[in-house]
Ligand binder design. Structure first.
Ligand code: ADP
Length: 397
């Protein structure tokens, strides 16, 4: 059976077509600039890359174009759309309602709509994608996989903000957390690699990419995570502040900043970009720092320091720690960032093997020494495969 995994943004759609249960990827691609000039589908299958430029006006047309490319008699990978047995959708916010992936029906759509104001940039395009796929593939089961679902096991002590309780009751203001599909995936892989049951591992998962979050996983379940009501909270990111004193906002409001400006400031102009003043890309910052750029160095140092603080905090939360796991673009590739995060961690019992750390890119491997009490691992994330597996399993049930 073929499973199509779809990740819909406001003007883009990423997809992968999986052959299940083998999980081999038959085709993957990206539609960009939907509804804008220059819209195009870029895809890769059978080792070949194609770019199809087309005036793609909306998400329906984008999905239709993807399906057309998949069944193209000469360059496609399947003979008929009916070979696609199910579609899995990444949905960013499931609120408190969704503790796992679900088959989409009218009630599920209504529930996703209900929490849309908690993720105004993500849930509406996710819903648009769901509707477009339903329109183009009527009768094919559509499954929603939520970024928040893995974190629904977080207890009240970790998700409550110390605000008046009625704000939680009235508006659902609490920690939800994101990147759940990735945290779950790497925690499960780590358990496998260490020969443990999936509910038998205590670990700290560090998803470090343009957006970054850390999760404390106890007995295979998320018990705390650094992102909050929105993805702004937690460690510093490419362009987001992470944790900071919220009174800074009142101070800046007094200086004349509007709410919209503060929103942009905190989400788009801060993080390592804000500190360095030059880039949100860790590779660029690494090169600049090596060339003597002090603010690039400071940005990298603050980034590593904040992740380190979370590892300390979550070690205390977990009590017993089996492994620290690095994933995401930075976590998987930036050996120097991992080394900085793991430096001087004798108290926790983390000791990196420098050679293993240097050569870890792209592979699921252990990078700690034999003497290290806590295993440190680099495990590539694969959110699409995780969604494909859930989708396959749900559609068989
Ligand atoms: P997103 O959150 O957008 O999915 P990614 O997980 O792709 O982001 O991570 C992007 C980040 O990973 C960028 O800051 C990029 O510089 C960093 N990165 C990717 N490859 C490397 C590398 N080889 N060394 C250092 N950083 C890297």
């Amino acid at each position: 059976m073929k499973v199509l995994v779809v990740n819909c943004g406001s003007s883009s759609i990423k997809y992968q077509l999986f052959d299940m249960p083998s999980r081999s990827v038959l085709s993957k691609g990206l539609v960009e600039r939907i509804g804008e000039p220059g819209s195009a589908l870029e895809l890769r299958h059978r080792e070949q890359t194609r770019r199809i430029e087309s005036g793609i006006r909306n998400h329906d047309e984008a999905i239709a174009l993807i399906l057309e490319a998949l069944i193209d008699p000469e360059q496609g990978v399947i003979a008929d759309i009916n070979e696609i047995g199910a579609v899995g959708h990444r949905v960013v916010h499931g609120g408190e309602a969704f503790t796992g992936s679900v088959v989409i029906d009218k009630e599920v759509i209504a529930s996703i709509e209900k929490v849309a104001d908690l993720a105004p940039l993500h849930n509406p395009p996710n819903l648009t994608g769901i509707r477009a796929a339903m329109q183009e593939m009527p009768g094919v089961p559509q499954i929603a996989c939520f970024d928040t679902a893995f974190h629904t096991t977080i207890p009240p002590v970790a998700y409550m903000y110390a605000l008046p309780y009625e704000l939680y009751e009235k508006y659902g203001i609490r920690r939800y957390g994101f990147h759940g599909t990735s945290h779950r995936w790497v925690a499960r892989r780590a358990a496998e690699m260490l020969g443990k049951h999936k509910y038998g591992i205590n670990c700290i998962t560090c998803h470090l990419g343009n957006g970054s979050s850390i999760a404390a996983v106890k007995n295979g379940k998320s018990v705390d995570t650094s992102m909050g009501l929105t993805p702004l909270e937690g460690v510093i990111m490419g362009t987001r502040t992470g944790d900071f004193d919220p009174a800074i906002l009142f101070y800046l409001a007094d200086k004349g900043y509007t709410v919209a400006e503060l929103n942009t400031l905190c989400n788009k102009k801060s993080g390592v970009l804000g500190i360095s003043g030059s880039s949100n890309d860790m590779r660029t910052l690494g090169e600049k720092a090596a060339g003597g750029d002090k603010r690039a160095r400071l940005a990298l140092d603050v980034f590593a320091y904040r992740v380190k603080k979370y590892i300390g905090a979550y070690t205390a939360v977990l009590g017993k720690l089996d492994a620290v796991i690095f994933t995401g673009g930075i976590g998987e590739n930036a050996a120097d960032v991992r080394a900085a995060i793991c430096s001087e961690q004798d108290q926790i019992g983390i000791e990196l093997d420098p050679a293993l750390n240097q050569n870890a890119a792209g592979s699921g491997i252990k990078i700690s020494t034999e003497a290290s009490r806590v295993e440190v691992m680099v495990i590539p994330t694969n959110e699409e495969a995780a969604i494909a597996i859930d989708t396959y399993e749900m559609s068989q049930a």
